[in-house]
Design a protein around this ligand. Sequence first.
Ligand code: ISE
Length: 328
Amino acid sequence: MPSASNVRIGVIGVGGMGSFHAHTLAGLAHVELVAVADPAAANAERVAGELGCEALLDPMALATDTSIDAVVIASPDQTHPDLAIAALEAGSWVLCEKPLATTLADAWRVVDAEVKIGSRRIQLGFMREYDPAHVQLMAELPEIGRIDALRAVHRNSNERRRPLDQIVGQSMVHDIHSVRFITGSEIESVHAFGAGASDGSYRHILAVCRLSSGATAMVEFDDAGFAYEVTVEVLGNGGDVLTGAPTRAVRRRKGSLDTYVGPDWFAWFAEAYRLQDQAWVESIRAGQATGPSTWDGLVAHAVVEAIIESLSSGASVALDALERPAIY
Ligand code: ISE
């Protein structure tokens, strides 16, 4: 598309995440928000009314619309693969929320469809790559030498207990991607441990990984819901580097000293989402998809399945080496 034009965008699924994307995109330069689609009419009409665009009830109608340039897919997880493939076939650029898919077979379907086109058209919503704290950490890595270990801590804030596949597939999948993009290594094996069990799920999951570089990675996830927090620490043979929290004022009151971290990821990562969406729009104007890929989504999902298998068997699980198609 000519770089002088606005990118005509539709947002599929305007619950919490999609509505956040629609509002973020509407505030960016070079964007024309054309429509939002959601089978929940109240969501579609509310967001369309707030942003002055068309409201559709059928997500597939927006995915197959050849008159727009791009779609954001923020519908329920299991709908991502069919919508992403339909959008690819309609010639659209795609920002697909994580997870790419809920099964490895579905993840491969999307990879195969993109490979068939012959070049990347999809960016996956692993937005931590755009988070200023993570960007600063990446910039420090050359200073700390060989990476020997990584520790990722993710305290989530869901009020209700989620099934295991959702905890690992929707939340820990971000940490899995962090391990890969920060270290540049693949996860070769994983041994996971759960605590605070109820109804076949856990409150706390610890995944200990061996990486292809020989380093280790420890991912600690907690779904207790007290406050949201994501940090990563990288231990090098010449120094350590740790992400900081978003800078906020510290308040003194009633005998305590405290700071607001937000009840969920929208507060902690608002700027990361904005920077991600902006980079996506600019990549479309430049005609070259960048950032996290469909392949990253597939590999992360393979690790998700390995963590779930390890929790159920109690044993360490080795991951098969996957053959990366040339377009990635
Ligand atoms: C949520 O869907 C996200 O994407 C957040 O970044 C993550 O921290 C949270 O655990 C997920 O549930």
